[in-house]
Design a binder for this molecule. Structure first.
Ligand SMILES: Nc1nc2c(ncn2[C@@H]2O[C@H](COP(=O)(O)OP(=O)(O)OP(=O)(O)O)[C@@H](O)[C@H]2O)c(=O)[nH]1
Ligand SMILES: [Mg+2]
Length: 410
């Protein structure tokens, strides 16, 4: 490796670690997200996700493709009972404990806000706390505006409930991503994760299933990459200079309220072509000029990707200055990970976030032809979409009260 990232947080660990999680999916969104995460995980060959999903809808559970049957828990609705009365959290946890859960670093409750199944989250979180001493996080999805004020209002309440109960909420905004997916130029970026690792075909994006599949791919590739930040010393993976291990990722999120994850990826120029081009040029010009030009390009590629991750590809758009902590991970072939670019990004983050803690690391993947930058922003103080959801909720509640007083239902 031609770089030495020793000036950045130096971590000396005897063994590099993955973040191992238990992902629990609730309802349609949660179950599909966990199923997608599980598929990515099993494809990677180095599993670090245990998954279980819970729903009152048997068709939804049947439609999943990756999770084994025993990881799909069906609780039939009896009469007009609400999901939180039907889902037996103790039963869920005893099913979970049948598998080997040693080495789990965190529990991740995945759920769509505004749906019914999120109401089962408090009991489930309570049981998770009894069974695990590890942090419990939520990966929550905000609904699209076109789903209506009633769903937005419930989503606002659901988010506040989760914030109170878990150690950190990773938020993903369907509205933002759905709008972005409608722009044809964005689909390339959405599909990219170290795409040669986890590329998957998205079916019929115009149908709800297809749109959700694409949104879920987008979520799963961010989470999968973060879980693997410390995956090193494996076949085909070179050693990183600065490792972000499980603890670093978890520390960025734990106790930090709402978090956003940004991810931007780019295909690297064809190595063969570059080599051919160089060998022809080198004969006519000084190698040092070529080299410094090459270094400059590598550095600006890292910086441009980091900017794109923060300004265009956040799971929920927010202001960098409102973040308490940040984590940056540069992933790709070590020859493309520029120390200069990496340090520039870290300085930029240091100067821009409201808080003081910026963690940074590199994740060299020798056989990839892509370079990706992933950013976590945590402890976010103001998020325009969350403010909007709460405004819609307050307006909707007032309208409901008015309608009630007038004897009208909204
Ligand atoms: N990203 C993503 N969002 C989804 C998906 N399915 C649903 N959603 C969103 O999540 C919200 C809650 O939907 P579900 O999870 O299906 O709701 P539920 O908890 O199963 O409850 P019901 O509405 O009774 O089916 C919806 O309003 C959508 O905005 C999905 O697969 N991916
Ligand atoms: Mg449902």
């Amino acid at each position: 490796m031609d770089i030495c990232l020793t000036t950045i947080i130096q971590l000396q660990y005897e063994r590099w670690q993955l973040v191992r999680i238990l992902a629990i999916g609730l309802g349609g969104a949660g179950s599909r997200i966990v199923d997608t995460l599980h598929r990515h995980d099993r494809k990677s060959g180095l599993p670090c996700v245990e998954g279980i999903v819970i729903d009152i809808d048997p068709n939804l559970l049947r439609s999943l493709v990756s999770l084994p049957e025993e990881a799909r828990m069906f609780f039939p609705l009896v009469g007009r009972a609400r999901p939180e009365r039907v889902v037996n959290a103790e039963e869920v946890l005893s099913q979970v404990m049948r598998e080997d859960m040693a080495g789990i670093d965190a529990v991740l409750i995945c759920v769509g806000l505004g749906g019914k199944m999120v109401d089962a989250a408090p009991a489930l979180i309570h049981e998770c706390r009894r069974s695990f001493s590890d942090p419990v996080f939520a990966l929550a999805v905000l609904p699209c505006l076109e789903e209506g004020a009633c769903i937005q209002a419930k989503a606002g309440d659901d988010l506040e409930m989760l914030e109170r109960l878990v150690d950190g909420v990773i938020l993903f905004d369907n509205e933002t991503w759905h709008a972005r997916m409608s722009q044809p130029s964005s689909s390339q970026g959405l599909r990219g994760i170290l795409p040669d690792q986890i590329a998957s075909r998205i079916l019929e994006p115009e149908t709800p299933g297809g749109v959700y599949a694409e949104l879920n791919e987008n979520i799963a590739r961010r989470i999968s990459l973060l879980l693997r930040a410390g995956e090193l010393d494996q076949q085909g993976i070179e050693s990183a200079q600065t490792v972000l291990d499980a603890g670093e990722v978890l520390n960025t999120i734990t106790g930090m309220g709402i978090c956003a994850i940004g991810y931007a990826v780019e295909k690297l120029p064809d190595q063969q072509l570059t080599r051919f081009f160089k060998s022809n040029i080198i004969q006519k010009s000084k190698p040092t000029v070529i080299e410094s030009d090459d270094q400059y390009k590598k550095a600006s590629r890292v910086v441009d990707l980091a900017k794109r991750a923060v300004y265009k590809e956040l799971s929920i758009p927010c202001d960098l200055t409102g973040a308490e902590k940040a984590l940056v991970l540069v992933a790709g072939p070590s020859s493309a990970i520029s120390l200069k670019g990496y340090q520039t990004v870290q300085r930029w983050m240091d100067q821009s976030i409201g808080g003081l803690e910026v963690r940074a690391g590199d994740y060299p993947i020798s056989r990839s032809s892509y370079l990706g930058v992933i950013v976590i922003l945590s402890g976010l103080s103001s998020i325009p979409r969350v403010e909007q959801v709460k405004e819609i909720r307050d307006r909707y509640r007032k309208e409901c009260e008015m309608a009630h007083l007038q004897g009208d239902e909204p």
